[in-house]
Write a protein that binds this ligand. Sequence first.
Ligand code: KG4
Ligand code: ZN
Length: 391
Amino acid sequence: MTILGIETSCDETSVAILEADGHLFAPQFCVLAMTTHSQIDVHRQYGGVYPTLAKREHGKNLVPVLLETLTNAGLMGSPTSKIPEVGLPKMYRLPTKELQNIFEREPELLAQFTKIIPSIEKPAIDAIAVTIGPGLQPALWVGVNFARALSLVWNIPLIGSNHLEGHLTSPLLAPVGKKSKVDASFPAVGLIVSGGHTELVQIEGWGNYTVLGRTRDDAAGEAFDKVARILGLPYPGGPTLATLATTSTENFPLTLPRPMIHSDDYDFSFSGLKTAVLYATRERPELLSREPLRAALAREFEEAVVDVLITKTKKALEHTAARSLIVGGGVAANTKLRGALSMLAKESGISLLLPLSEYTGDNAAMIAAAGYLHANEPSAASLEAHGTLSL
Ligand code: KG4
Ligand code: ZN
């Protein structure tokens, strides 16, 4: 199957084309092309993602991102996005009324869609998979409506993908143009660590999940972002804080808490850790003003997060007698966490599935992969966004 994936749950506008085949226990994927347009520059001034701005940006970017992806995948009948300007004849008529209904709240996207889509040939795609949740509701709707419109105009079936399942499938993806070589052995434990989620999941097979535990307040990535802000680092703080931590040469004079590390469950709580950092910097301003101490604080914070994640994951691996550990989400880009997970997998004698760096953050290839797992299920004609969807 060739699947077009669309992801707009947060601040990345991403479109990918994925070739997928094989049994659902061992699916094989090849990403033909992927384009991800990050909105970080737009949101930075607000110190976080601003939902209505995210919605507007997705609306502006979806059509160009789609055209670039189709071109790179070799699926554009005609050469480039410049065609409409050259005034080539329209290839088919649009169902104007239905499109107006679909894009009721996205007039700008409707205008771009009706101008450009009729001038490109229907691509050789078997299904369109779009993130329906979880995520920012207004942002999700733009992607869902865009997918519904394409599905209508091209008469291609639609699949609603769960963003969290997408993150779990991300380690199966090889670099663009290469076939995946990774298989998961089940039962497996899944660890999702992103800006919005921190979850441990028992996986009996693709599509068969039991959530063991999740964060009760802030997600791991959210804690990175908030602590980075306390340290005066720009948004998104995860990568910059991790970089600062690598420069640390001094011992940190305090020990930060490892919240819930020994609790009798698989839940997490990172909000108290952030507050501990805040109080420490208020009591000892030199933690922020003396560079070696600031770096040491970053390192201690990072170690606290990694300690908690590793301890809980180890417990989940033992409890489920897992044969592999599958990790996904933006924080899976963290070098310290990756090293600690490798060690844990080695000690536990299990295989570790980690995403390549290009698939740790939000991307449409993983959404197409998650879509493949549900390709045989009846697709809803009226797909809806669900901001709080769980696995
Ligand atoms: O998966 P993702 O792109 O978006 C969500 O679904 O939330 O995750 C983004 C999160 C942000 O909080 C970001 O700061 C964090 O992942 N992140 C990192 C690193 N790279 C990204 N956190 C720690 N270390 C990193 N290297
Ligand atoms: Zn995500």
